[in-house]
Design a protein around this ligand. Sequence first.
Ligand code: NAD
Length: 485
Amino acid sequence: MEILGEVEESVRELREYFKSGSTRSVKWRKTQITALVELLHDHEDAIFKALNQDLGKHPVESYRDEVGVVAKSANNSLNCVEKWMAPKQSHVPLLFFPAKGELLPEPLGVVLIFSSWNFPISLALDPLIGAISAGNVVVLKPSEQAPECSSFLANTIPQYLDSKAIKVIEGGVDVCEQLLLQKWDKIFFTGSPKVASIVMSAAAKNLTPVTLELGGKCPAILDSLPNPSDFRLAVRRIVGGKWGPCSGQACIGIDYVLVEDKFKNVLVDLLKRIIKKFYGEDPKESKIIARIVNKHHFERLCNLLKEPLVQASIVHGGSVDEEKLFIEPTILLDPPLDAQIMMEEIFGPLLPVITMNRIQETIEFINSRPKPLAIYAFTKDETLKRKILSETSSGSVVFNDTMVQFLCDALPFGGVGQSGIGRYHGKFSFDTFSHEKAVMHRNLCLEIEPRYPPWNKFKMQFLRLAYKLDYFGLLLHIMGLRRYN
Ligand code: NAD
């Protein structure tokens, strides 16, 4: 009851403040984003510490995947927000002459952002930048599974940002449930498909639009690559994309690798060598590989390895340390396809390698499963690239690299089908938190009689022609190059 009262009061205050119009000006938006950049700058060490406490992340990884990503995104918004806010002229057909059309972005209102624990800073602040850039007021609910980062955000955000417009509400499932009872103008959710369907049902009651940033099993296809240095680089990028970000606890991390049977041994050998090069002889002692977030996820991952046929498929790693919540980078060669490890999103440091007779079979394999958030393919074969693009569906496709799409603000980030609804990053974040209002400017000087009754044959013919005409079409008609019947 107490939580509900607090949540209701926060939403009421935010709605009042939004109505005041204070968050609509460019100045307000830029001031908030600048303050966010300052927050990152002033508290970089505290953020590194919180990320290390929650996930065992190394400061360099924390900068690469969290602080640096958010600062980049904030600077991009600062540079572009005025341009994004400007109305865009739209071509209006001759039928409406004289008239002017424009698309005018407006903020949606009071928005709710749920973030996830695996990138607890960037997955909270990156959508927040989008919501602020678009002129909204916000409730941010950080993930309770990264408690140090959650309390860092709850303590510092009110010191830097306008607390009448941006509120951080901490808590677990009970708080989420109370938040979902409120009426929002947008819900932006990062998490699992299971909770996403709860969020979407709650949103449906008020016809609230949602963006759902989910996950799934992202495959990496490794084609033949005859040049050994290409092959080595590809495997290096696979290791970087699998174990680099948060020890495989990443939505766009590689879930499994598909390779032709004849290359499996060379692939596994190379994977082992590169893992050693990156993380040393004993990765547990390396202090550069993130740990599993908590006991629940540690046990979930250990259970994935328990099935005897899965155990038998381990060709590297497999050791675990419950006290340190550590699981060694682990490679499995052809585990059974009906084992749990091949049925659910792994979200951890386990990498199944699945062999095929022919590389073309990979497409059928991918299509027999829910649409992934990302497909990675290492290949120089243009026909295979075209087949992947035209015959599969996924949030993104990356050829010859992994994870880099997340860093590229020029491309939208989001899923399709089971991997999500909607997209964000850069201008796409601004669009996600805006409504593009259609505006038509007419004047009162010219009247077209055929739009009004009483009807006659001439009016019918006039309307038939008018509905087909545009300026360019009229020109072609006059020049005798196009005929309208
Ligand atoms: P989750 O769905 O378990 O939790 C997300 C949020 O939902 C948390 O804040 C939690 O408090 C809340 N929640 C949990 N149960 C709830 C309930 N019954 N009712 C209401 N709210 C509830 O997800 P997670 O463990 O935080 O993250 C893992 C998942 O998120 C993976 O599937 C991963 O792929 C996905 N993910 C996606 C992205 C992306 O950008 N697409 C990024 C990170 C993680």
